[in-house]
Design a protein around this ligand. Structure first.
Ligand SMILES: C[S@@+](CC[C@H](N)C(=O)[O-])C[C@H]1O[C@@H](n2cnc3c(N)ncnc32)[C@H](O)[C@@H]1O
Length: 224
């Protein structure tokens, strides 16, 4: 199961105004665009914004911005998406972020948030340089209790496993660890342990070396 494939099973994307919040390099913005959505990609990291502007199709509007202060007008979006980005928003800023999601959505709007669980072979390796156990746990707790927020109703929750190919430990380092300065610094102290953990965790599946990241997708409608 992949993020956009699942999202398409819940709502047709053709012609929708969709914002991808915490878009990173825009992997999913690109897929939303390919599915016919009118996409705005919002990212807080200026370097990622520049890369996304260079690499993504011109039909995607890439903007520097934060979940808690979206550079979008009132009611301008049909769908707000966050793929693995909610737990990166500081906990103190999350209430403001949900205010923003509601502000930019129209009355028939949808909010789609996918969060990784703090377990799985991918997590087992990455936690050695960045342990997200607490922030991921808090995100799932928040999303599981959104009925306390009168503005959003849970329409669908689906758990699935994201499987990604990492042909070697060196490839994993280049993609996941070294581009992030904080992770790269921590890596120096755990290098042998990390290589060992990777080699134990990686699975040979259908001719590919893969790691698995279980996650849950929460799909909300706007109620108030
Ligand atoms: C794990 S990455 C996910 C990127 C992308 N959604 C994906 O799945 O490939 C989380 C992203 O959220 C961004 N981010 C962190 N805090 C943010 C905030 N307050 N508002 C918007 N984006 C934020 C980070 O810079 C990072 O690019």
């Amino acid at each position: 199961m992949a993020h956009i494939e699942h999202l398409k099973s819940l709502c047709p994307l053709e012609g929708l105004d969709v914002v991808d919040v915490g878009a990173g390099d825009g992997v999913y913005s690109r897929q939303l665009d390919a599915a016919g959505a009118k996409v705005t990609a919002i990212e807080i990291d200026p370097e990622k914004v520049e890369r996304a502007k260079e690499n993504l199709p011109g039909s995607i509007d890439v903007k520097l911005g934060a979940a808690e202060n979206l550079p979008l007008t009132f009611g301008s979006q049909d769908l707000v998406c966050l793929f693995f980005s909610l737990h990166h928003v500081p906990i103190a800023a999350q209430p403001a972020a949900f205010d923003e999601f509601r502000r930019v959505l129209g009355t028939n709007g949808r909010l789609h948030i996918v969060e990784p669980y703090p377990y799985g072979t991918m997590f087992d390796v990455v936690r050695l340089v960045e342990d997200e156990t607490i922030v991921r746990t808090i995100s799932h707790q928040l999303l599981n209790h959104m009925d306390r927020d009168q503005r959003f109703a849970l329409e669908n929750k689906r758990e699935y496993v994201l499987t990604r190919e990492y042909p070697s430990f060196e490839f994993f380092l280049e993609k996941i660890v070294l581009p992030d300065p904080a992770r790269a610094k921590t890596y120096e102290a755990v290098a042998p342990e990390m290589a060992d953990t990777f080699n134990r965790a990686v699975e040979y599946l259908d001719g590919r070396f893969v790691l698995h990241q279980p996650c849950a997708a929460y799909h909300f409608s706007v109620t108030g």
